[in-house]
Design a protein around this ligand. Structure first.
Ligand code: URA
Length: 445
């Protein structure tokens, strides 16, 4: 086994690592013989110098093999209907997973979904679910598979048994400015997707200020990279390139996004852009899972299962199957923790919201205590933003930019300053945002 510092040195010096070097480094991460400092140096050298396609494939497969790969052969589920979904990260975007998993399940797919925690300035499904009392985000493979089969879909974090290397690398990347790397995102996402052994994947790859990939060209490179790994692993994949140049949906944070999730599923409030994405992702999953023959039929089925409450019922079953309250969907506010200071923030002058720096909004959430600055820091699940304005909205003394949920008044004041600075107002109505899905890349092995 090469010494870890030798592997780090070779990547630092822009050399191409062998599959054996990558495997042994990932094994060292998994068995604890490699320290967090070494993981940090390794990920920074990859961030700076990149990886070739064969290196990225080797990293993703080594990370998958750091744990078990789920075996559905005795479950009775038709294998082609096991389809997973993921998001490459975006401010407000992770709740789409919480919406799509039960909706796709309601339409007849089986959706085992391994998700992540907040990563730098973007939120994470597991932090949102951590705000639900009792929810077990790290179940044993057996408990997890039972929950998936009962609810049709269930969301877990990487655990000690499933993609454990991602669990460790993720936490270091979160706080070392090494997130925005095509190779590292490919390894992280594809190791989790392949560990649950699906017959296909649909992945949203965001670009813009609210995503890790600043431009569509960068997002396309990430999409191509993940698609190559999926094809190499023998499964079809759809990569949806999305426009995340603004906050997605109307809330950002953990508990507050759980409320938005439930309101969406029960039909109380559905942000139109979020709905557009949820239907598109679900429709692609239904198509590659052979539940629907084409996109039109798939979209209709998804819209019907959302409207008739089936998606909300599947979500409630998932929450209960993993230990959450049985009446969570009926009374989310009763179960979710709340911040101490909750008040709207207004713009200093009237105007139309013409642009926003969504990354700044994510960084403001970290400053409120809703993100981490050290790997195992607990985060405040109550803080965040709700009623977030959308591009085109008129803001002023009666219409707030958003409502800030903070631990105290000083943190509220600082967040208000940052939110005002992150949002650009114009005197005239701005050009509306284009469609959320910019491009679709589909590959079959
Ligand atoms: N989601 C993940 O699971 N990993 C990443 O690196 C980015 C988004």
């Amino acid at each position: 086994m090469p010494a870890p510092q030798e592997v780090i040195r070779r990547k630092r010096d822009r050399q191409v690592l062998t599959e054996a070097e990558i495997r042994s480094f990932v094994e060292g991460i998994t068995d604890g013989s490699i320290s967090e400092a070494q993981i940090g140096a390794f990920t920074m050298s990859i961030y700076l110098n990149g990886m070739t396609t064969p290196e990225r494939v080797a990293l993703a497969l080594a990370m998958r093999d750091s744990g078990e790969v789920l075996d559905w052969s005795k479950s009775g589920v038709e294998p082609r209907t096991i389809i997973d979904k993921h998001s490459s990260g975006g401010v407000g975007d992770e709740k789409v997973t919480l919406l799509v998993v039960p909706l796709a399940a309601a339409c007849g797919l089986t959706v085992p979904n391994l998700s992540g925690w907040g990563l730098d300035y973007c939120g994470g499904e597991m932090d949102m679910l951590a705000s639900v009392p009792g929810y077990d985000g790290a179940p044993s493979p057996d408990k997890y598979m039972k929950a998936v089969l009962k609810a049709g879909g269930a969301i877990s974090a990487p655990t000690l048994q499933l993609a454990p290397a991602d669990r460790k690398i993720f936490k270091v990347r979160d706080v070392t400015a090494t997130v925005e790397s095509v190779a590292l995102i490919t390894g992280s996402i594809m190791s989790k997707k392949l560990a649950v052994n699906p017959s296909g994947v649909v992945i949203c790859v965001g670009s813009g200020t609210g995503a890790y990939m600043p431009t569509v060209a960068h997002a396309r490179e990430l999409a191509e990279s993940m698609s190559t790994v999926a094809t190499g692993a023998g499964i079809p994949s759809v990569m949806l390139l999305t426009d995340l140049d603004a906050v997605l949906g109307t809330s950002v944070g953990s508990a507050v996004e759980m409320v938005e999730t439930v309101d969406f599923l029960t039909g109380k409030h559905q942000d139109p852009r979020t709905r557009e994405l949820v239907i598109e992702v679900t429709a692609d999953m239904l198509r590659i899972g052979d539940i629907a023959a084409d996109m039109d039929a798939a979209r209709k089925l998804a819209a019907a299962k959302l409207a008739d409450g089936s998606a909300a019922r599947h979500f409630a079953t998932m929450i209960e199957a993993l230990g959450g309250p049985a009446d969570f969907v009926e009374r989310p506010e009763h179960h979710l923790p709340k911040a101490n200071v909750i008040a709207p923030v207004y713009a200093e002058a009237e105007g139309y919201v013409s642009a926003m720096n969504a990354k700044e909004v994510g960084l403001a959430l970290i400053a409120l205590g809703g993100g981490r600055t050290r790997p195992d820091d607990p985060i405040d699940l109550t803080v965040g933003f709700t009623d977030f304005c959308q591009v085109g909205d008129k803001a002023g003394s009666t219409k707030a930019l958003c409502t800030i949920h903070a631990r105290d008044q000083a943190e509220w004041d600082e967040a208000a300053r940052r939110i005002r600075a992150a949002i650009t107002l114009s005197a005239t109505t701005p050009k509306p945002l284009g469609p959320i899905v910019i491009e679709r890349i589909e590959r079959h092995p």
